[in-house]
Design a protein around this ligand. Structure first.
Ligand SMILES: Nc1ncnc2c1ncn2[C@@H]1O[C@H](COP(=O)(O)OP(=O)(O)OP(=O)(O)O)[C@@H](O)[C@H]1O
Length: 259
């Protein structure tokens, strides 16, 4: 079930380095939120803080609050592993488990969550997830072949199938199409449009046409200089960001004047 995320006064550190400062934002369920901004402004860092992947990096820590449908994700009793199950992630480079079969790649997340399931139920869930990722028709006759044998675009859809198989509430995507050709990119964008009916989606992208095509809301991150923290400068409906942004820096960035 798609959930809403409310971020307040979030600071994100790598050791003593304050990488992202003072983020306040609400991310709506059943919609796509795009994060844009120049390299190094903290988009990926912010994304990883949402599902508590940031703290896996030594010295990685946050201050502030991230609340998902009323649940404080950094609360004292919250298990980060549980948060990562509820908030799935898809990365820039497709990363299927290379020696595992297509079927096992999708089943892997479910097995990791130690859910005991009848074979027929698992079969159904694998099929449903592959259908959900628009990949079923292409792979249904070779489910037992290695995931690494698929094209890059198919591998990325396999990773999306693996992510949705555990039925998360939120999907985080860090430049999910940047390693793909234009046709595969469009397949991923079409898929995202389907997925937003069921999930809250947050995507980091360098491709502004992509942000404009797929998202309802856009956040623009910026930084004043090397060594300075990144900040969320503007968050608005995508249409407004690309036609009449509130901030001059947003306009300069989207019109290609820097970054
Ligand atoms: N593992 C790390 N250890 C220390 N600093 C890091 C680490 N990862 C990122 N940083 C720093 O945090 C800041 C934000 O980086 P981040 O990768 O989040 O930016 P980004 O906006 O996603 O950049 P890009 O668009 O190039 O991917 C940068 O100054 C970066 O050097």
């Amino acid at each position: 079930m798609a959930k809403r995320i409310d971020v307040s006064d979030l600071n994100i550190y790598y050791g003593n380095f304050l990488a992202v400062e003072g983020v306040n934002v609400s991310i709506e369920p059943r919609s796509i939120t795009a994060l844009i901004g120049p390299s190094g402004c903290g988009k990926s860092t912010f994304l990883r803080s949402i599902n508590r992947m940031h703290e896996v990096i030594p010295g990685g820590r946050v201050e502030g609050k991230i609340v998902m449908d009323g649940q404080d994700l950094y609360g004292p009793d919250v298990d980060p592993v549980d948060v990562r199950r509820q908030i799935g992630m898809v990365f820039q480079r497709p990363n299927p488990f290379p020696t595992m079969s297509i079927y096992e790649n999708v089943a892997a997340g479910i097995r990791l969550n130690a859910k005991k399931m009848k074979k027929s139920d698992l079969d159904d869930l694998v099929e449903r997830s592959l259908r959900g990722a628009n990949l079923w028709i292409e792979v249904k006759d070779r489910l037992n072949r290695p995931g690494a044998g698929l094209s890059g675009g198919q591998q990325q859809r396999l990773c999306i199938a693996r992510a949705i198989a555990v039925e998360p509430d939120v999907l985080l995507m860090d430049e999910p199409a940047s390693a793909l050709d234009p046709i595969s990119t469009l397949a991923i964008e079409d898929l995202m449009a389907d997925l937003k009916e069921r999930f809250t989606i947050v995507i980091v992208t360098h491709n502004m046409q992509q942000a404009a095509r797929v998202s309802e809301q856009t956040g623009f991150f910026n930084l004043n200089g090397v060594g300075q923290p990144g900040r969320l400068i503007e968050f608005n409906p995508t249409e407004k960001i690309f036609s009449n942004p509130d901030e001059k820096a947003t306009e300069d960035y989207i019109s290609g004047r820097f970054g």
